[in-house]
Design a protein around this ligand. Structure first.
Ligand code: S3P
Length: 174
């Protein structure tokens, strides 16, 4: 049974936070919110456009505020953005008001997933394949310091819609 605390999915771009977050929310019978989508709806622009209009500094401030705003509707499942956990005290905040789940994914797997969607992501746009791999490896190393503060870790390289709930229940049972 779900404990009815909010569940925050964190992890790198391409780790499946939105896809698996939606499925988890259905299975746990909780509402689902994607933080990027919430920002897009609130401001009427895509994340790429928000980055262009605001720059990253303001994007991070707005993201922080939106995280707190959606968390006010607890309990729910929240797919955060790849950087959310790594700015301000967001990671501590999520650990305080709910449960956190790191969707851990290897560099190799991230690269194979992101190669097809890099143009939708402001931090990856225009990178060659080699630059993309290097960026993922370097950034993931820095960000893992934050991601590893999560209460639970789910490895996603071999995750799929069929084994999701068994894998999720197994890590919670430990
Ligand atoms: C970002 C990840 C994106 C989005 C923005 C910044 C990041 O979310 O918030 O482009 O810093 O890693 P996804 O992880 O959903 O792609």
């Amino acid at each position: 049974m779900n404990s009815k605390r909010s569940l925050f999915l964190i992890g790198f771009m391409g780790s499946g936070k939105t896809t698996y977050g939606r499925l988890l929310a259905q299975a746990l019978d909780m509402p689902f919110v994607d933080l990027d989508e919430a920002l897009e709806q609130e401001h009427g622009m895509k994340v790429v456009e928000l980055f262009e209009a605001w720059g990253e500094t303001r994007f991070r401030r707005e993201e922080r505020l939106m995280l707190r705003s959606v968390a006010g509707n607890a309990p729910l499942v929240v797919a955060t953005g790849g950087g959310t956990a790594c700015f301000f005290d967001n990671m501590d905040f999520m650990n305080e008001v709910g449960e956190t789940l790191y969707m851990r994914t290897s560099v190799r797997e991230l690269k194979s997933r992101l190669i097809f969607s890099k143009e939708d992501r402001p931090l990856l746009r225009g990178k060659t394949d080699a630059e993309l791999k290097q960026y993922i490896a370097e950034t993931l190393e820095k960000r893992e310091v934050y991601y590893l503060k999560a209460q639970y870790i789910l490895d996603t390289d071999n995750l799929n819609a069929h084994n999701l709930m068994d894998s999720y229940e197994a890590i919670r049972a430990v």
